[in-house]
Structures are given as C-alpha cells and as structure tokens.
Design a protein around this ligand. Structure first.
Ligand code: CAA
Length: 283
C-alpha cells in the first residue's frame, strides 16, 4: 500500500523540517506537538523555508501553496489516527519516545509503519516496546532537513523487508538519498561525525587553538561547509553530549569519552544556537 498520509510527532527543528519535506512532495501531513507555540513556530519556519525556495526558483508558488494546504497541526496524538506512517522526532529521551510509541501503536491502524528520527537510540529496543516490531524502522534525517539530501535508514533487528522497502521508496519519492545502516551506536553518520566534533572540543579545551581557528582549519583546509564547533552549536551541544554518551556506553571504549568542556557547556545551559549561546553567541 502506498504511503499517502504521514504523521510527524514533535514540531521542533527536525520535526518541522521533516513535515515540510513530506508536504512539499505531495503527502498529507499531520504535525503533532503538545505545545501550541511550538506548532506556530514550526508553521512560521516552514513558510519561511518554502518562500526561500520560491525566491530561488527551486519550487513554484503552487507547490508552496499546496504544501501549506496539505499540512495540518494538532496538539493531541489522535491527529495521527489516519496515518500510513508516523515519524517521531521528539526529544532524545528513550523513555519519552517509548511512552509515545506505545500510545501511537494503540491509536493507529494495523498497517501503519512507525519510524523514529533518533540520532542514536536503539531502534531494536524501541521496536520491541510496540506490538508491531516488524513495522518499525529508523529514518534519520539531517539538519537542516529541507536542504540536506541524505536520510539514513536504520533497520531494527525486527524490521521486515517489506517495511524497509516501503520506506526506501518513500525516501526517494521525497527527493532524499537513502543509505542503510545497522542498528549499532551512532549508526554511520554520528559514529563518524561526533568523534570529530568531540575532538574539536578537546582541541579547544586543551588550548591548542581558538574556536574560530579550529573551525577555519576544517572549513578552509578540508572544505567542510562549516567548522565542527559551529556545526555542534547548530546541532545542539546537549544532543552532541547525548550521542557521545551513547557511543561511549554502547561500545564501552574510552576513545568515545565526551570532552569535559562539552559536559560543562551543557551544565551551564550553553546548548548552542537554539538558546543563543554555545561556542559562539547568537543574537
Ligand atoms: N530552507 C530553505 N533555505 C535555507 C534553509 C532552510 N531550512 N536553511 C538555510 N537556507 C538557505 C539560507 O537562507 C541561504 O540562502 P541565501 O544563499 O539566499 O542567503 C542558503 O540556504 C545558504 O545558507 P547560509 O548562507 O546560511 O550558509 P551555508 O552556505 O553555509 O549553508 C548549510 C548552510 C546548508 C547549513 C551548510 O552550512 C551546511 O551544509 N552545513 C553542514 C550541515 C550538516 O553537517 N548537517 C548535518 C548535521 S548532523 C545531523 O543533522 C544529524 C544528527 O544526528 C546530529
């Protein structure tokens, strides 16, 4: 059965980007967040992003209008009741995600596929908490979702071939390039990216260079679109710390120990661009 109606759970940065991409590609989207203000902010951000695409001739005014028309917001989970696929993009807390998935599992029709946008939590454990583990999969989008081509598809131990193929096809239909990763800590993307970011933070912590110079080395010397410390601020330092802890505990290997400076920044509440202060200041 073709996936036509998609639910997105959580209207933060990732959730609103995911909702936008589905709506832009002709799917009906139900975006759910318990906070009305978060939904308002998500709609404003989607509108801004679509407007930018129209200005750059990447999409037409009609596509923009169609996308906004297909996008529905809800503060209650029951907004997801008719969905063929539900993509969860709430905070990186396993207990929160599992509690939500149990409710969505009870609410949705039998055929509904459940997906998580988690950047590091085990899909196999989350799948096991539902009554439909073979219809559970990881769909890990990259930030900013409307611009980044990649989606990392993570197969839980229980994911069926049918579920995986449906999600692979859908990922291509929404203009993304899917790659497949196994359900091991950090999958592929964060297993490689986060140790680099953590090492950049160690380089700053040990006084080897300033934040600006560390970023310039990677930007101009390695042609990265942005330096690792600026990227860490964009991702969120709390998310970076969380992922490093998952790698450290999951592999039980000291090479993944989080830098003490990363821990201290998070303890101070300096979590990056989203709250105005991280390795850089944002006004
Ligand atoms: N929608 C539409 N347009 C957008 C946009 C959005 N959401 N976000 C940015 N843009 C536009 C900007 O408005 C800007 O337009 P103009 O050229 O007209 O001004 C254009 O895109 C370029 O943006 P910027 O000038 O701000 O800067 P940039 O050229 O450096 O591009 C970037 C921004 C695409 C984010 C680029 O820096 C980049 O690719 N950075 C790396 C991103 C990355 O590594 N993402 C993965 C993070 S890891 C992750 O997400 C997974 C995880 O689990 C942690």
């Amino acid at each position: 059965m073709a996936i036509q109606t998609v639910g997105v759970l959580g209207a933060g940065t990732m959730g609103n980007g995911i909702a936008q991409v589905f709506a832009q590609h002709g799917l009906t989207v139900h975006l759910v967040d318990k906070q009305p203000l978060q939904l308002d902010a998500a709609l404003a951000s989607i509108d801004k992003s679509l407007t930018k695409f129209v200005e750059k001739d990447k999409i037409t005014e009609d596509i923009k209008a169609g996308a906004l028309g297909r996008l529905h917001t809800h503060t209650e989970l029951k907004g997801l009741a008719e969905c063929d696929l539900v993509v969860e993009a709430v905070t990186e807390n396993e207990a929160t995600k599992i509690a939500l998935f149990k409710q969505v599992d009870d609410l949705c029709p039998e055929h509904t596929i459940l997906a998580s946008n988690t950047s590091a939590i085990s899909l196999t454990r989350m799948a096991a908490a539902t009554s439909r583990p073979s219809q559970f999969v990881g769909m890990h989008f990259m930030n900013p979702v409307p611009l980044m081509k990649l989606v990392e598809l993570i197969r839980a131990r229980q994911t069926s071939d049918e579920t995986y193929q449906a999600i692979h096809l859908l990922s291509e239909e929404i203009g993304k390039v899917p790659v497949t990763a196994g359900d091991y800590p950090g999958f592929v993307s964060n297993r490689i990216l986060m140790p680099m970011i953590n090492e950049a933070i160690f380089t700053l912590y040990e006084g080897v260079a300033t934040a600006e110079d560390i970023d310039t080395v990677m930007q101009l010397g390695m042609n990265h679109p942005m330096g690792p410390l600026k990227l860490a601020d964009m991702i969120g330092l709390d998310t970076c710390l969380f992922i490093m802890k998952v790698l450290y505990e999951g592999f039980n290997d000291p090479k993944y120990r989080p830098c003490p400076l990363l821990q201290q920044m998070v303890d101070a509440g300096y979590t990056g661009r989203k709250n105005g202060r991280g390795f850089y200041s944002y006004d």
